[in-house]
Design a protein around this ligand. Structure first.
Ligand code: SF4
Length: 264
């Protein structure tokens, strides 16, 4: 009993620290406050307790609040804004990238830089959809930086580590449980490998439908997954646009018919 009381007191103290940090807002460069943790270094012992298990979260707003307060990995100490996700919470398709970059960190919204503008254009021209018709999120909700002490630096992006993705992935899965989409489009190699548990590259995986490897919302609650190139890859190599257009046409046919071409 004594031990349980001591643990409860420790959790309460940590929760109060979380509230203090929220009221103070996210740390800014040069501002007083918690220092960003170095890359891949676990959160310090004095960090707030991990969030409650996501299964306890009643709705998306509560989940967004939990992500905003999250410090489960070092990225939570360096970010300017947690980037939860954007779009329709009743979307039939969820687009998933790997993590926020500089622009996203500053605006708190995924895919808002040049890549995001291209994604919007693809949605509109191929699918006839607006950003608000779909849902867009990332595997990690906070900006992975090479130099976490310098969030104002350009060219500071890096891919999330496996540990960071593992820490953050439950939030994405909970988003999917709330939205219950018919399908996911993974944008690029990283989310494709993580969500489909494969080591194959995007050029091999794209152009085919897969089943998400877990039933996220009850028996039969499988989500179809269609990998395609990340818009940033199209900006670097316009030759990839043709394949991406083909992938989006597959998506359009699925959204219109509920069926995958060649399958009943
Ligand atoms: S990246 Fe995810 S797990 Fe890590 S601090 Fe941000 S919200 Fe939490």
């Amino acid at each position: 009993m004594k031990r349980e009381l001591a643990e409860a007191a420790r959790d309460l103290a940590a929760y109060i620290r979380t509230l203090d940090e929220d009221l103070a807002g996210p740390p800014r460069p040069g501002a007083a406050g918690p220092k960003p943790a170095p890359l891949a270094v676990p959160a310090p012992a004095a960090a707030p307790v991990p969030p409650r298990p996501v299964q306890d979260i009643p709705d998306m707003d509560a989940l967004a609040g939990q992500v905003k307060a999250c410090r489960k990995c070092g990225l939570g100490y360096a970010r300017l804004n947690a980037v939860f996700g954007v779009g329709s919470r009743k979307a039939r398709v969820v687009f998933v990238g790997e993590g926020p970059g500089f622009q996203e960190d500053h605006r708190g919204e995924p895919f808002v830089g040049r890549s995001g503008q291209l994604l919007d254009k693809i949605l509109e021209t191929v699918l006839g959809l607006k950003r608000s018709d779909v849902y867009i999120a990332n595997i990690v909700k906070c900006h992975p930086m090479k130099d976490p002490e310098n969030p104002e630096a350009h060219g500071n992006d890096r891919p999330p580590t496996p540990e960071e993705m593992s820490a953050c992935r439950p939030y994405l899965e909970e988003q999917l449980r709330f939205i219950k989409p018919a399908c996911i489009v993974t944008l690029g190699s990283v989310p494709t490998k993580v969500l489909l548990n494969t080591d194959k590259g995007i050029s091999v995986m794209r152009g085919h439908w897969y089943d998400y490897p877990a039933e996220l919302f009850g028996p039969g609650g499988r989500i179809k997954v269609l990998p395609t190139y990340h818009p940033a890859a199209l900006l670097r190599n316009p030759n990839l646009k043709r394949d991406t257009w083909e992938d989006m046409k597959m998506l359009k046919a699925f959204l219109e018919t509920g069926k995958i071409s060649g399958q009943d």
